[in-house]
Design a protein around this ligand. Structure first.
Ligand code: MOS
Length: 733
């Protein structure tokens, strides 16, 4: 099905199942431990052996030689696969860094060997016996130091401009110019990367933890130099990803190589202390923002420049994306610059671009509002736009940022915010409120599915879509249930298997809308097959409801259409130009109240509210879970999360969850989420949009702005740890 005109009224609009508060259909499996994750797979064909990866101890250079004799002779060892024995493996399409092979070291903890043994402990002990002689080279590890060497990236659209920024800024009545920094961040999802690889002749099956089944399948085949048809990927349950599992990783490659060498199925997991330097991270940024405005608060000029770094061949963190679209202003420019750094690969982490971009932009907007003497909610509303401000002929498909801000201000009690920073004190707590807009683009990605109706009236959906904890199982079941007029418990959903039709996968907050749209398309075909089977010309003559098909006075069980044989339909949603003629984005507003301890500078979040305008909400429970999870991640970004770079040796020092601090339950207070009642017919037949990453974009700035309102101390360098506040706090009386 090609989607190239705005969606008309369709069966989803009934809202009998879609849009309802339905608990996760995979919930019981997860809460009872019966959902089988990558590392837990087992079958009756024999037990698995264990692979343990050796990581490079240098960040840049070459392996002169490796001595694996002691490891090979250690107890229980079955095989040792080394990179210098294997030659350069081909790099997959989606990887920047080489995952394995050859003697060149591109980053610290790059995989250089895997030791296979009967037990995990034996493999780990033997791995410690591998001796490596390195030729170390000097690398670049410090973004600040490398900033001036940054260049305009060759791919993408690094720069944009409209009007004449320089002239307008020069003559603006009120001007603002500040620079912000965001640190390297780690995805820190709960489940580490893990794979079990088993060969059957020349056919490879890998049980793994992947957000994008087809990307992994393609890139694993490329990396191993085998036919894609010979590779089978399974990833039905996933303990979080946040972008770290978008692209093939070393665990899958090394499990496959190790299993081939050991002639046994091999399990490989990335231990947490290995993961943060071996895989990917969100790159640090330096962001300069300039704003010029009239005294009445209208923006006349806005510029956003961002610098980040990556390995050679990598890409930038496009932190300026939202500034192209969020606020009006006739004269504007954005620029993205990329430095070469020899740190581990920088890549997508939840809301790549907008998440760190909003961390900077939304403080800048708060600062400019103050300079203009305007309320920060009003300042944002004054500068709303209904068209792409760089290309005014392009309207937004749907945009209600103003509604999000107004609703939020009212519900949060914004009028009680102290106008003066440091103006509200409760005992030892300095109390403040902050606001930020939320913004994330809505991406459209083709997605396929297969649906089957059997004689019992059970509808089975198969797609290689993944559920990374987001609720894909549930919203896909709801979609099929609505389309075929059956209750959710008559729908079986199978995901995460490369034998199923290729889906959008889970990334960029597009999975919810796009994968259900693919299921919609397949169900449209199944409705046609049902109509035909029952002797009707078109499904339009039929009502699908209550497990029955009705036409006029005639009614029959849906299952009757499958009484001879199961009916199977497969289709794929493809998107036309609606995301080019119309800018498709999601909007929201984040409100935060903090208390800052006047003596210690410790920040505690007291209340949080997100108001989201993101098209039809397919399931308010799973959508809310996405948003509160994202808000929690935003608190981490504001207050604690930072990969600390050793700028001499070139690695992330705090590479475990003891030292890379993410929020825990005790850090997170009451969170509230409001969804505006909207739908976007330009987005898909589902009229839904992304929601998961919207919940993150803006949160950290709202926290920063609340801290400023509480204390009068403006911190422009994330995370806002107490050392950055304490010297500015009032004397303790
Ligand atoms: Mo998201 S960074 O696209 O998993």
């Amino acid at each position: 099905m090609r989607f190239d005109t705005p969606a008309m009224t369709n069966p989803i609009d009934q809202g009998k199942v879609v849009g309802q508060r339905i608990h996760r259909i995979d919930g019981p499996l997860k809460t009872t431990g019966r959902a089988v994750y990558a590392y837990e797979w087992h079958d009756s064909n024999g037990r698995y052996v264990y692979g343990y990866i050796v990581g490079s101890a240098i960040a840049k250079g070459r392996i002169r030689s490796m001595d694996v004799s002691a490891a090979r002779n250690a107890p229980g060892v079955l095989a040792v696969v080394t990179s210098d024995g294997i030659g350069d493996l081909k790099k997959g399409k989606y990887n920047t860094a080489k995952l394995f092979g050859g003697t060149e070291i591109q980053h610290y903890h790059q995989a250089i060997a895997v030791v296979v043994a009967e037990t995990f402990e034996e493999a780990r002990a033997a791995a410690a016996l591998v001796k490596v002689d390195y030729a170390e080279e000097k690398g670049a590890f410090d973004l600040e130091a490398a900033k001036d060497t940054a260049v305009k990236p060759e791919e993408g659209e690094p720069d944009s401009a409209a009007g004449d920024f320089d002239a307008a800024f020069e003559t603006a009545a009120v001007k603002f110019d500040q620079t912000y920094t965001t640190p390297d961040q780690s995805h820190a999802m709960m489940e580490p990367h893990a794979s079990i690889a088993a060969w059957n002749g020349d056919e490879l099956t890998v049980w793994t933890s992947s957000q994008m089944i087809d990307w992994w399948r393609t890139d694993l085949a490329t990396t191993l130099g085998i036919d894609k048809e010979k590779v089978h990927i399974m990833s039905p349950f996933i303990g979080g990803g946040f972008g770290c599992k978008l692209f093939l990783r070393a665990d899958a490659v090394l499990a496959a190589l190790a299993a081939r060498e050991a002639k046994r199925p091999v399990k490989v997991a990335l231990p947490r202390p290995f993961l943060m330097n071996n895989t990917t991270h969100r790159p640090a940024t330096i962001q300069r923002i300039r704003i010029g405005a009239e005294r009445d608060g209208r923006i006349t000029a806005i510029a956003h420049e961002s610098w980040s770094g990556d390995l050679p061949g990598g890409g930038p963190e496009v932190a300026v994306q939202q500034t192209r679209l969020l606020y009006a202003g006739a004269n504007r420019m954005t620029a993205t610059r990329l430095a070469t750094l020899d740190l581990p690969e920088g890549n997508a982490m939840r809301a790549p671009g907008e998440a760190p971009g909003m961390m900077a932009l939304e403080i800048a907007i708060d600062e400019m509002a103050e300079r203009l003497g305007r309320d920060p909610v009003d300042f944002r509303i004054i500068n709303d736009t209904q068209v792409d401000p760089e290309k005014p002929e392009r309207p937004f498909s749907h945009r209600n940022l103003v509604g999000c801000l107004r609703t939020g201000a009212e519900r949060f009690g914004w009028q009680d915010r102290s106008k003066q920073p440091g103006g509200r004190r409760e005992g030892n707590w300095l109390v403040g409120m902050g606001v930020a807009s939320a913004f994330r683009n809505n991406l459209l990605v083709p997605s396929g599915a297969r649906v089957r109706l059997d004689r019992e009236g059970i509808v089975t959906v198969e797609t290689d879509m993944t559920d990374i904890g987001t609720g894909s199982y549930t919203i896909i079941a709801q979609t099929a249930a609505e389309m075929l007029g059956v209750p959710v418990d008559k729908v079986a959903v199978s995901l995460g298997d490369s034998r199923f039709p290729v889906s959008s996968g889970s990334g960029g907050q597009f999975g919810g809308n796009c994968s259900t749209a693919g299921v919609y398309a397949a169900c449209v075909k199944l409705r046609e097959a049902v109509a035909q089977k029952l002797g009707f010309n078109s499904p339009d003559e039929l009502t699908f409801s209550g497990g029955e098909v009705r036409a006029g006075d005639r009614r029959m069980p849906l299952a009757q259409a499958a009484s001879d044989e199961a009916l199977v339909a497969e289709d794929r949603i493809e998107f036309g130009d609606l995301d080019k003629t119309h800018q498709q984005s999601t909007f929201g507003a984040h409100f935060v109240e903090v208390g800052v301890d006047v003596a210690t500078g410790e920040t505690r979040i007291r209340r949080m509210l997100a108001v989201c305008g993101a098209g039809r909400i397919l399931n308010p429970i799973t959508a809310r879970s996405q948003v509160i999870g994202a808000m929690t991640m935003g608190v981490g970004g504001a207050l604690s999360e930072e990969l600390v770079v050793d700028t001499e040796r070139g690695f992330f020092v705090n590479h475990d969850l003891a030292a890379y601090e993410v929020p825990v339950h005790a850090d997170i207070p009451h969170q509230e989420v409001i969804f505006l009642d909207e739908s976007d017919p330009m987005s898909s037949p589902m009229k839904a949009k992304g929601i998961a990453e919207l919940g993150l974009c803006g949160v950290a700035a709202a926290v920063a702005n609340a801290i400023y309102n509480a204390t009068g101390v403006r911190v422009r360098k994330y995370p806002i740890t107490l050392d950055k506040l304490i010297n500015g706090l009032p004397e303790v009386s």
